[in-house]
Design a protein around this ligand. Sequence first.
Ligand code: ADP
Ligand code: MG
Length: 619
Amino acid sequence: MVRCTLKIFCMREKNNESKNKKSLKDVFRVFVRILKWAYRANRIAFPLFLFFLFIISIIPFVNSYINSKVIDEIVALLGIGESDRVFSVLIQLIVFSIVLTLIEKVLWVLVILFEKIHYFGIARYCTMKFLKKVSGLDMYHYENEKSNDIIQKAQDIYEWRPKEIVNRFAWMGQSFVRIVSSMVIVLNFSVPAFLLVFFTTVPNLIINFKFGNDSWGIWDANVTDRRRYSWTTSLLSKEESLMEFRIFRTRNYLLGIVSDIFDRFTDKEKKNQIKRSVLESIVGNFSAVGVLVFWVLAIVATINGEITIGLLTFYLGSINNFSDALSEFFRQLSRQYEDSLYLIDFFKFMDLENKINSGSMILSEKETPPVIEFRNINFAYPGTDKLVLNNFNLVINSGERIAFVGENGVGKTTIVKILSRFYDVSSGEILIDGVNLKDLDFDSWYKQIGVLFQDFIKYSQFDVRTNIELGDIDKMGNEEQLNESLFKSDAKKFVDEYKNKLDQVLDKAFEGGINPSSGQWQRIALARAFFRDAPILILDEPTSAIDAKAEYEIFERLYKFSEGKTVIIISHRFSTVRNADKIYVIDKGRIVESGSHEELLEFGGKYKSAFEKQAEGYK
Ligand SMILES: Nc1ncnc2c1ncn2[C@@H]1O[C@H](COP(=O)(O)OP(=O)(O)O)[C@@H](O)[C@H]1O
Ligand SMILES: [Mg+2]
């Protein structure tokens, strides 16, 4: 069963990957872009890292060149019988070697130092860029499968792939310098010999390029497997899962998924590794033969007196260096090419453009909340054609305290979402003091509203105080307003009972933390909304998880303590909003009844019957 579902996932994955063709131009573009980022992230450390890496890759050649000269000198001195001068040459050589080794050591320290600094720098840069982007995206991107996928992918890699790619570039540069220097040296000896070594190495390079990416863990599996793997493992290690595991015995099913992903991944990798080993053991010998022939040619040249013994050692060292560096370079190149796909996706994410942008009109400062008018609104969610709001018309006057009631799914939250401009209406217009919402400046509008959603944020790693003060970061530290909000939301009583009072952290996972009940969370969130103290207060069922009586009491306080403000309360319960100035019954995306509680009872429609049914419990 598990295997079967996974297979379906696999097929989908393959299809996705084949669609993701990348052109060399794209690859080049993203590489240039990430290198620019690396430079911007570390204008000093990054260039210094590259510089020292460059110097250090030349040192071995300098060293072996000097050594070869010394060997020649010794041979010459021995030839003319000056064996005592050999000693002083040897001393010079030793001193030189020590100095060079010291320099090399210092250079390595510097390389590693600047590599670290640049590594942290680019990690920070990418993380901040990613988080800034992802937290500022608009809802459209989450509705759309394609951008949703891009967001997911960027999320998977932003922390480490970009910095790895930059780093690999630096080390490729080092390999490249080694290749060029050794090539120049070897070409100096003999062009045909060089070509021989080069062409016998090519098959090896191809293997390195094709199989360059040794996998060391499940994290090298394909995207879907990786995602399923992390989702399942995190579910398995969550406190909240424990209860269901016990009762439903879903644990084994989930464990099965993890081990299945492993098996499939390992099987594939094993096959790959075997293929690679076989090919390498055959093809690897070609280059060995090439190098061997080079050796023979060089030795023959030495015997014939065409080159000195010193040069012989120099050439032999260089040819080994050449073939190593070339293999290394191709391994890196292959990995880089593969990772470029991630980078392309990452920059696709960075280039996502928001559809909803701020207008430029500023609302004029007034004592009273603005008038809100919904005029002939039709709205369908992006990518769908079902009209969730259907010719919706409503005027909410300044300072009115109204309620929307209706069953689940009739469009209540949608009204709040378009009013908050998370989406633009399909047709019609929303007017704020006569100005089209689309033309309003974001800040100017958002300053006017405080919205508390059904799934409000629980800033559980912070204390009570911060949870409330985040309602308006400009007013953080305003003790008076904090106390007032606690009182209005009726949170004061239970907060006073917390061990650390206002400094109580609200998550058991943190030291000294506690887990508030959901009713307490709702009151804390409500206090946050009060702290915001915006002219228009909107509550979209943040109280739905507590009982109707408690919801009624909270709404009561809200109406009581929001003098002069526009208040919009949303509930699927008909029994809790009776004190609103005006109640709107929503059904299928439009207003079907409206009026005060008494008027609606008198009208004897949907509201009346639903109210009487629900209110029975606590009359
Ligand atoms: N992001 C979305 N994409 C598509 N349809 C949605 C989306 N959000 C809500 N809907 C649909 O819109 C309708 C109204 O939803 P909503 O406004 O949340 O209802 P309510 O708040 O009254 O319970 C429902 O049919 C729901 O399925
Ligand atoms: Mg809702």
